[in-house]
Design a binder for this molecule. Sequence first.
Ligand code: MG
Length: 385
Amino acid sequence: MMNSLAILGSTGSIGTQAIEVAEKHNLRVTALAANTRVDDLVQQARALHPELLCIADESRYPALKEAAAGLGCRLLAGMDGLCEIAQQKSADILLNSVVGMVGLLPTLKAIEAGKPLALANKETLVAGGALVMNAAAEKGVPIYPVDSEHSAIFQCLQGNKRAQLKKIILTASGGPFYGKTKDDLRHVTVADALNHPNWSMGNKITIDSATLMNKGLEFIEARWLFDLKPDEIEIVVHRQSVLHSAVVYQDESMIGQMGVPDMKIPIQYALCYPDRLPCPTKPLSLTDYGTLTFAKPDYDTFDCLTACIRASEMGGTAPVAANGANEAAVAAFLAEKIPFLRIGELVTQAIDAIPVTPLTCYEDVVKADHAAREFVAAHLEEASA
Ligand code: MG
């Protein structure tokens, strides 16, 4: 059992719920890092007394310095600050819940320092899966998935033989636009796309859920975490988000993990593994739900999902390009610079346009990521097909 944790992304949805779990189980919080929200960060620091406090956006450092005066925390900023927290000796585990590719380097630094990871930053594995998994295996560092689907799969693997696994069932809520056609989605607004039926999350991941990019990223994430081939993953749309994913063994037994859609359950499992402690959440009542439904995903409407699976099959830097293009395209959509369907087009076009190279070091990731972002910036203006 861990006694202390450091949190990257502490003011986000995962970070704040992790703090709730930490308080429930008396886990000491040794460091907090946020992207831009100085006031929320300082409020957390007042309650938790961490040793280190970091603001990732360096332009906000003067504001942090002023707001955190007298708190007794050492103040950090930027990527250097995130990486210092990743290697902090007094934390038993690092929760990495930042959004985007920016989470990769701190993940690699934590592994280098032999620090166990609770990983909520899926882009880390999408972009740098080969680097992260090789380094973790070499150092013997455990990675506990926080993403609800991957936590479910991880839970279903406990006590069984990995060699006897046949495939996994990765469930998807289908997002707010389930059942829609491309025609229906031409005029989707930012507000429409931010309205998710089951999960309350940050803006980036909510848009990724609406485009099904999130499921594409999770497909790639699952391949790395559990060493799976593409045909060993079946994506199933399950609107109620109660079955969080399942695994199928050679004997055709399917074992799933169920619970209310509340991230505190997978967060707690990652922080308290292998213990199953009381969790500050609601119990699941199957009879309240009554009916659970399952369907195939619509690969024709949701280009991002199709593009991610293709990028995963292409290998090398292709998933980096898909992720980088998506991060840039989502930012443009949120800024109302491109229509909703353009996100999927840009991701698809980026993986076709950017040459795939082998991925052997962090610089390979950065190069492919930049190329994808530049591609999107250069093609923003083009009209949607
Ligand atoms: Mg998920």
